[in-house]
Design a binder for this molecule. Structure first.
Ligand code: CA
Length: 540
């Protein structure tokens, strides 16, 4: 850990003035961040939990609303999390895509129209780290789940505490459907780390698709194909329960990959029906295989988009399944007691062009420019979320952990050991109050093990500039196309005036790094020093 270097960078970003005078570790003890800088307002209530903006009136109103609901239903609310793989921020109609791209998304748009559409939902730059953050409330450097891998995945989430592990004690039935990608090794599988039930695969869909017609180099080379298939890795479609363990329903390949999302939809429908029948509140994480390359739409969706291409057809299939699951909640008369969260795990994948999504921001999956990490974020809960709300309040994927526990009645501060730092924030008040304000003061950016910056309000400090196009003759983003350029201090952008991060205004607006971004980074770095993360963090 290079914490000293981190402080040096924060001090440099601050012009050396404010940080030199302030006592950074003070920001780590319970109390308000205003002790560190007058413009910071978040309050740390528990030593090992991220500071949050406090809004007593908002929290009181929401607590009242939730208590009235529980009195009426006699149950804690259900939680349904819908994660699409690699869907672009701009693919969804409610975010400017849909019909405009030849692939209408009426079911997702409806959730936005009847619920809350967030414009600053932050994922990590790729699959595994985002899913780790969502499940554990911790940044990937803390859990050590930094990068996606393909077959024979060595990732290991077994020492982490997932929301799915804590909710059963509060009476919840927990389910995971679809893509896992948080470690395929023994001990790290969904049914071994908290989920009561699982149907899905352990890695990423393209790892099982070597016979894809475009990949003819492998498909037409039986020897190479056999070698790839002999790898000691799981290509299975798993069905598992916590008690009974996992069993393979067969091997996934290019041909049968087309129906995976239909299978996951059927599993989730069945899981929901059974939980309702048994009178149990549920926490269900539904993770689409699509729209990650190589997309193979199921037969009824082939040619459904205006362009008849596999990516847009698959967007329509995803939207259709979102409709099926949300209509089921209504049919079972539990929509008014279920929080639905719709999102994507990273920006669009541009390595796989032309099979790729759309973002209005700079860059794509694999990068910490906004195009890599800003994802759709829609919350739907009829009767609890005022229809048609839109907010640019900050929401980090880690927040879903704390929010789920809060709704489930789990006291996170008690349930989490005091030596484990939680980056997530309970956003119940933000999501459910009619004019809810986010409790998050800052979002921190990481690219794998590299600390990459911070956002406060609409200002963003980027500590590394990810240059697009150096790995390809055309200017595509993506994991293949990123080279890091080290700026002398850092680049700073006004994301409202400059959402494509083209012109740094660090010098013109020197007060922002001095009073906000620098101190935020310094306090964040101090949490890493006090609660050593599993990954060795690189800071420039
Ligand atoms: Ca992904």
């Amino acid at each position: 850990m290079r914490v000293k270097r981190w402080f040096a960078i924060a001090a440099l970003a601050c012009g050396g003035s404010v940080l030199a005078q302030m006592s950074v570790p003070a920001g780590l003890t319970v109390g308000t961040m205003s002790r560190v800088s007058p413009v910071l307002k978040a309050e740390r209530k528990v030593e090992n939990f991220e500071p949050a903006l406090v809004n007593v009136e908002q929290d009181r109103a929401v607590a009242k609303k939730l208590a009235a609901l529980e009195k009426r239903t006699g149950k804690r609310p259900n939680i349904l999390i819908l994660v699409v793989d690699d869907l672009g921020y701009g693919d969804v109609g409610a975010y400017g895509g849909g019909e405009a791209l030849g692939a209408p998304t009426p079911n997702i748009d409806r959730l936005a129209r009847e619920g809350l559409r967030l414009t600053s939902t932050y994922a990590q730059p790729s699959c595994t780290p985002t899913r780790a953050a969502l499940n554990t409330g911790r940044l990937p450097v803390r859990s050590g789940l930094l990068m996606p891998s393909l077959l024979n995945d060595k990732a290991d989430i077994s020492s982490e505490i997932l929301a799915a592990k804590l909710l059963p004690a509060a009476g919840y039935r927990t389910g995971m459907s679809g893509k896992w990608h948080l470690g395929e090794k023994e001990g790290s599988r969904p049914w071994q780390v908290g989920f009561d039930e699982f149907e899905g695969f352990l890695g990423v869909v393209n790892a099982y698709q070597e016979e894809h017609p475009v990949a003819s180099d492998v498909a037409n080379d039986p020897e190479l194909l056999a070698e790839l298939h002999s790898m000691p890795a799981s290509r299975d479609l798993w069905r598992a329960t916590k008690e009974g363990g996992g069993k393979s329903l067969g091997q996934i390949n290019w041909e049968n990959s087309r129906d995976l999302d239909q299978k996951f939809a059927a599993f989730s429908e069945d899981f929901i029906r059974r939980a309702v029948k048994d009178g149990k509140p549920f926490y269900l994480s539904h993770n689409f295989a699509k729209v990650h390359y190589f997309n193979n739409p199921s037969k009824p969706f082939v040619g459904r988009s205006a362009t008849k291409d596999v990516y847009r057809d698959s967007v329509i299939e995803v939207d259709d399944i979102v409709g099926r699951l949300t209509h089921l909640l209504e049919e079972l008369k539990i929509a008014d007691n279920t929080l639905v969260f719709f999102t994507s795990d990273n920006g669009p994948e541009e390595d796989s062009y032309p099979e790729t999504g759309v973002t209005p921001f700079r860059g794509a999956k694999g990068m910490t420019t906004e195009g890599g990490v800003r994802v759709p974020g829609i919350f739907w809960w009829p009767g609890m979320i005022k229809p048609g709300r839109v907010s640019d309040g900050l929401f980090d994927m880690t927040d879903m952990f704390n929010t789920s526990l809060a709704l489930g009645g789990v006291n996170a501060a008690k349930a989490i050991p005091s030596n484990r730092y939680i980056d997530g924030i309970d956003q119940t008040g933000f999501l459910l109050a009619d004019n809810g304000q986010s409790a998050r003061e800052a979002v921190f950016y990481y690219n794998a093990d590299m600390f990459a910056g911070v956002r406060w309000r609409y200002y963003k400090m980027a500590l590394s500039e990810l240059e697009v196009g150096s790995g390809n003759v055309r200017d595509f983003g993506g994991l293949d196309n990123v080279r890091t350029v080290i700026p002398i201090t850092g680049f700073m952008y006004n994301l409202y005036l400059d959402p494509r991060e083209r012109k740094s205004i660090l010098i013109e607006k020197a007060w922002v790094p001095s009073y906000a971004l620098g101190p935020l980074m310094a306090v964040h770095g101090a949490t890493m020093a006090k609660y050593p993360p599993k990954a060795a963090i690189r800071v420039r």
